[in-house]
Write a protein that binds this ligand. Structure first.
Ligand SMILES: Cc1cc2nc3c(=O)[nH]c(=O)nc-3n(C[C@H](O)[C@H](O)[C@H](O)COP(=O)(O)OP(=O)(O)OC[C@H]3O[C@@H](n4cnc5c(N)ncnc54)[C@H](O)[C@@H]3O)c2cc1C
Length: 267
């Protein structure tokens, strides 16, 4: 492991200043992705800027027609939040099924989004709900945030502060988890609101995506049976030891049906 400096961030401005001065420094949230990457020398930052003390980045509140969750909010805090559960119960359920207890205790919303792991759960929720990622510099719509495998629109000196989720009429997230890590082999977020149905898929491809043809099928009839007879197809589905591309295509349909059924009954 490479030597690095450790900085405890006192303020958001101070952390941003440090990143501006040293473009090889990296932010540290719960360390659930960063520390294993450091230990295996996949990354070699000159410094880690620990966000842990920035309590203003923690917690959730309803602001008008949206739910705002701070970037440093851990998965267990999301899973146990009554505010979040009342506004968007699909999010508490999603967070409760991330990884194991240790991962949920340390891992954060901001760290998950900044990592943009192809199998992570939150990207599907953020894209499906058409959330907005607020950073220290700008607001980034979800559709522009996830740019590729482990890649996002974030600049090297940009810090995610919070995510603003428009509160939908109905939403549900269902995944087929890897039995060891619980990352999604395929995870599907289904959302319904005044703008129509939306389906976002994670785990199936290198980057989260919207399944527009399934959304079209639900537009006139928001019912799992509206998906009957449809076959999902996409050229770039992942084909690996966990699932073939063909099986992933099948899982997209199966998870989408379950999520529509769950959204219809739970709201
Ligand atoms: C065994 C295991 C199982 C897991 N299972 C799942 C699962 O089932 N589903 C799932 O979705 N995820 C899973 N994860 C990932 C987990 O959810 C973490 O959220 C994710 O690893 C990010 O970790 P972290 O929040 O601790 O961020 P860190 O590891 O601290 O940071 C990750 C990256 O994000 C950057 N970063 C952190 N915070 C910010 C910020 N506010 N602004 C900008 N950049 C930031 C860091 O610089 C770093 O590059 C799993 C992880 C492990 C180790």
């Amino acid at each position: 492991m490479h030597a690095f400096e450790y900085q405890h961030a006192e303020t958001i401005e101070g952390a941003a200043e440090f990143l501006t001065q040293d473009n090889k420094a990296q932010l540290l949230a719960g360390g659930m992705t960063l520390l294993p990457a450091l230990k295996s020398s996949l990354v070699a930052p000159t410094a880690l800027i620990d966000l842990k003390g920035l309590i203003e980045l923690k917690g959730a509140c309803v602001d008008g027609d949206a739910l705002v969750i701070g970037a440093l909010t851990t998965h267990v805090e999301v899973a146990e939040s009554e505010v979040i559960n009342s506004a968007i119960p699909a999010l508490t359920r999603l967070a409760a099924n991330i990884g194991d207890a240790q991962v949920r205790n340390r891992g954060t919303l901001g760290g998950s989004l900044a990592s943009n792991d192809p199998s992570a759960d939150y990207p599907a929720a953020v894209l499906g709900l058409e959330a907005v990622i607020r950073t220290n510099r700008r607001d980034i719509p979800a559709a522009e945030f996830f740019t590729g495998k482990f890649e996002t629109a974030l600049q090297t000196d940009e810090i995610i502060l919070a995510v603003r989720f428009p509160i939908p009429e109905q939403a549900a997230y269902v995944k087929f988890p890897n039995p060891a890590s619980h990352f999604a082999i395929v995870g599907v977020m289904v959302v319904r609101d005044a703008r129509g149905p939306r389906i976002a898929v994670t785990g199936a491809s290198a980057c989260v995506f919207r399944a527009r043809e399934l959304e079209d099928a639900l537009r006139t009839d928001f019912n799992e049976h509206a998906l009957d007879g449809l076959k999902f197809h996409r050229e770039d589905l992942i084909d690996d030891l966990y699932a073939t591309a063909e099986y992933r295509a099948h899982l997209v349909m199966a998870m989408a049906r379950r999520a529509v059924a769950m959204a219809s009954t739970r709201g």
